[in-house]
Design a protein around this ligand. Structure first.
Ligand code: IPD
Length: 245
């Protein structure tokens, strides 16, 4: 019920605790060796044993403290949720390993992304990089932070001076379309970065390490936490022509 909905700060505390533990599991499992266990939408869309183990562990940790909340995870979907969130209820949105391809190849650029939404609105989120320990957090209306520093996005508004991050989906037809868009964009910007983890791209935009980020076809778990971090750092986060992100 609405009256019993916890404050965003309280949800963030839980999210940070769960994400740190999940990040440590991901890091340890990577050190022990990793290989794809399955593919999802296409042969390039891999899932590792760690994606699944980290998600199971994080869901169990959330259930321990918040047994009645809904949980949406990348690997198991809503299957492990208690059900759709009731009015005022909390729904957790989890990407156990965002940047799975980087993870598979031993590139350090991957993250655990965990957000809490109330009535469909993300109110708290954390993105944690297991390798570097970088951790970005935000609460709605309460600002975005990394290592105690409040984040402010880049003030750059000229496209020609903008360093723009982007990403590509796994479906070949979508990729071909995305490559076409990129070919038209790149003559007009400072440069492009494709780092391989949408949640981190959004956090880098939040701290001005890139000026902007765009991508078509992200899933909610890719952008829920990072999108709040970016919003709270002053960025406009939306879809084309003002549609929802
Ligand atoms: C992917 C990454 C990537 C983005 C893809 C996402 P995953 O998430 O965030 O940067 O370009 O669209 O699907 O599969 O590694 O969790």
């Amino acid at each position: 019920m609405r009256g019993t909905t916890p404050a965003p700060e309280e949800l963030l505390d839980i999210a940070v605790r769960v994400a740190r533990q999940a990040a440590e599991t991901a890091r340890r499992m990577r050190a022990e060796g990793v290989s794809p266990v399955a593919t999802k939408s296409t042969v390039t869309d891999v899932v590792t044993a760690a994606d699944r183990a980290v998600e199971r562990e994080a869901v169990a940790a959330l259930r321990e403290v918040r047994p009645d909340d809904a949980v949406l995870g990348e690997e198991y979907g809503d299957a492990e949720a208690a059900g759709p969130a009731a009015p005022g209820g909390v729904r957790w949105i989890l990407d156990p390993i965002d940047g799975t391809v980087n993870y598979l190849y031993g590139l350090p650029h991957y993250a655990v992304s965990l957000a809490a939404a109330v009535d469909g609105e993300v109110v708290a989120g954390v993105v944690r990089e297991p390798v570097t320990g970088n951790e970005w957090t935000a609460t709605r209306g309460g600002g975005a932070y990394r290592a105690g520093r409040r984040l402010r996005c880049s003030a750059e508004t000229q496209l020609g001076k903008a360093l723009v991050a982007t990403g590509f989906g796994y479906d070949a037809a979508r990729r071909a379309h995305q490559a076409g868009v990129l070919a038209q964009l790149i003559p007009h910007v400072r440069d492009i970065r494709r780092l391989g983890a949408a949640s981190i791209d959004l956090c880098l935009a939040a701290e001005g390490a890139v000026d902007a980020y765009y991508e078509k076809g992200l899933n909610l778990w890719d952008h829920a936490a990072g999108g709040l971090v970016a919003t709270e750092a002053g960025l406009r986060v939306d879809g084309l022509s003002g549609a929802p992100a």
